[in-house]
Design a protein around this ligand. Structure first.
Ligand SMILES: NC(=O)c1ccc[n+]([C@@H]2O[C@H](COP(=O)([O-])OP(=O)(O)OC[C@H]3O[C@@H](n4cnc5c(N)ncnc54)[C@H](OP(=O)(O)O)[C@@H]3O)[C@@H](O)[C@H]2O)c1
Length: 347
């Protein structure tokens, strides 16, 4: 790749959009970044995202997104749910080299599975055009992809836990217990993200109905070949701002020899540059600020139960970092370009 890339980022005023800008402005193969926002048009990027002020004096642009597409190699969309599906038609009519959507609109290939969790899809005919960008699993197979749906944050952590064990788990409904920070709900203030409601507090939400289950079920069925495979995602809101901490628990029919789970994790991820398999359970803060996933796996003394713990930054590995990783893979760039930052601790 000789020429620097130009990237159009829609939804750049939001939390995920801000993190995308931070990564893209520091990416060695990106020469031009256009930050699109309906609500922040004409404002300085550094006024909306103060940490980015040293990186750019540029301002947000507004107007019709589709009219800006032709001037860019890559389009990234970090919009609220449903907006990508509404806007993507004219963009795909004159497609950029690569389109990456970070919302849930195009993550599910089967319209009936989508409908079960989200209601009817407004443009079901477009679902099959998107590749599912779970980068640490699909890696180089994303090369030359032109249209990618970046996975959800909980779904990323859940699938990274499940993938190595897909052949071992006989339990048709593994349990995934997860806690997220308040930035997972976006920049717009809500009762459930208000500081007094979140600080020093912990509560379950979306019992038996979290929408990310759809992505997890879709992958589990594809990986196991079992059409009845499902998964239960137990989601909780935690007192932190960033991060997802997830624990998978599953039963197995056979007795696993000692070290089986650890070996499966190493076999799946030994050559994946942004996954680290640890010797003890990760801590949430050790992933914050980075695009790494930190994993630990073990089994019960009788070899009949599996536990895997995952720590990720929801805004990076769970969103913008994984989207940049997908861009690198699709365009044949080094997979970790622009993603070398390690975590910040304490934070
Ligand atoms: N947050 C996460 O951890 C996470 C992880 C994975 C995927 N996602 C997905 O990524 C997409 C974007 O998520 P997000 O967390 O970035 O949502 P967000 O902060 O609410 O931003 C989404 C868009 O809403 C508008 N907006 C609403 N209120 C705003 C405000 N007060 N300040 C600035 N912009 C505001 C902006 O678009 P305009 O200015 O154009 O109106 C913004 O781009 C969603 O589909 C989400 O599901 C989020």
């Amino acid at each position: 790749m000789s020429q620097a890339l130009s990237v159009l980022c829609a939804g750049a005023g939001g939390y995920v959009g801000g993190e995308l800008l931070r990564l893209l402005y520091q990416h060695p193969h990106v020469g031009k970044v256009t930050a699109h926002s309906r609500s922040q048009e004409h404002r300085a990027i550094g006024d909306v995202h103060p940490t980015l002020a040293p990186l750019t004096d540029a301002h947000f642009v507004g107007g019709e997104l589709s009219e800006l597409v032709a001037q860019h190699d890559v389009v990234m969309m970090a919009l609220e749910h449903g907006e990508s599906a509404r806007l993507v038609g004219p963009i795909l009519a004159q497609p950029p080299r690569l389109l990456i959507d970070l919302a849930a609109d195009f993550r599910i290939a089967d319209p009936s599975l989508y409908a079960r969790y989200y209601g009817p899809h407004p443009t079901p005919e477009l679902l099959s055009r998107f590749r599912y960008g779970l980068c640490d699993v699909y890696g180089q197979t994303l090369r030359d992809a032109t249209t990618i749906a970046a996975p959800g944050c909980f779904a990323t952590a859940a699938q990274l836990a499940l993938y190595p064990l897909r052949k071992l788990i006989t339990d048709t409904q593994p349990t995934l217990f997860a806690i997220t920070g308040s930035s997972g709900a976006g920049a717009k203030p809500k009762d459930s993200t208000h500081h007094p409601a979140r600080a020093h507090n912990l509560f379950a939400y979306s019992p038996f109905s979290h929408r990310h289950e759809a992505e997890i079920v879709q992958s589990l069925r594809a990986w196991t070949g079992r059409s009845d495979a499902t998964a239960r995602l137990l989601t909780h809101s935690g007192p932190m701002v960033r991060g997802i901490y997830l624990t998978l628990h599953a039963k197995v029919d056979a007795v696993l020899p000692p070290g089986t789970v650890e070996a499966a994790l190493h076999a799946a991820y030994h050559d994946r540059p942004l996954v680290r398999v640890l010797r003890k359970p990760p801590e949430l803060t050790h992933a914050i600020g980075s695009s790494y996933a930190l994993l630990h796996g073990c089994q019960s003394p009788d070899g009949k139960e599996i536990q895997v713990t995952v720590s990720i930054d929801n805004l990076l590995k769970g969103a913008s970092g994984q989207a940049v990783q997908a861009m690198n893979l699709a365009l044949g760039l080094p997979e970790t370009s622009g993603l070398h930052a390690v975590g910040v601790f304490p934070c």
